[in-house]
Design a binder for this molecule. Sequence first.
Ligand SMILES: C[S@@+](CC[C@H](N)C(=O)[O-])C[C@H]1O[C@@H](n2cnc3c(N)ncnc32)[C@H](O)[C@@H]1O
Length: 312
Amino acid sequence: MKKIKSPINYTGNKYRLLEQIQPHFPEKVGTFVDLFCGGATVGFNVDAEKVILIDNNKYVIGLLEHLAGQQYEDIKLKLEEIIEKYHLSYSAKYSYKFYKDQIDEPGNNGLKKYNEVGYYTLRNDYNHLQSKFTPDAMNMLYILMVYGFNNDIRFNAKGDFNLPAGKTDLNQNNLNKLKEYIERAQKINYKFVCGDFKEERIQSVIKGADFVYADPPYLITDAVYNEAGGWTEKDETDLIELLTDLKNTGKKFVLSNIASKTDMQNLYLSEWIEKEKDIRMVELKYNYASSSYNKKNRYCEEKEVIVEVKND
Ligand SMILES: C[S@@+](CC[C@H](N)C(=O)[O-])C[C@H]1O[C@@H](n2cnc3c(N)ncnc32)[C@H](O)[C@@H]1O
């Protein structure tokens, strides 16, 4: 299977770690659950009869599901209509330089200045929509993400998309990711499920799987989905309990996590490994210290790990 990137530039996505994680998955899987799927990078790169992708972010799940169900040429036209309506730049067609040359500004703000007015008009129109889950709304959200700060997806408590304009636009790279994602969706048997892993209906999906890959927010790092109590110590212990139950019923799983960073350790994780003799921790080679979301911790050493059930 060719490795593909998610059309959503997701903080903490596992693209660069796939080669290290995948050998810990079974070779033949019936139903594979990608729990805390984020941008779907793992689930859409796995060879399984069926993949169920679970996340509690309704916007992310809505967008991924919408994009996966499109025909590439159709959605491209829809996106172009939005770009035209809001007078946004379109590097994939006219080149980055074409727009950059029109901005009279030193510094490294990419296409931000060119797109600012149109972006905020689009954001305002989007935030006033009756429903954010129609196909047109999803296309607007995709454009907001691509032209927005850090290409993130973030909503405030009122349900308004609240990121400022960013430096990038719809470039060829984004179109390629979109195309490959749609093509992959047409080949695999997938299902997106939106919900919290603690809900009973979600737990029964998880327990019905043949194999579970879990990539929760990390207790000791920062990301958009950790903000404002997004992941608590209670969540951490509830997840550990769920995975222990899975193991005790003969199921296998792989959990991704950060075990420690310079001055902090995830004690729940180390105590769990200490207690359960049939699981083990494997250290991975790449750490997020070099990625942009962790700039403030750029120089700290993060120990990125997976936890898996030992083979008999
Ligand atoms: C580390 S990210 C997953 C990244 C993903 N593996 C990828 O490659 O893009 C963690 C995800 O957990 C989701 N999440 C946070 N709390 C959750 C909960 N209680 N139940 C389900 N999903 C949750 C977040 O929305 C976020 O997408």
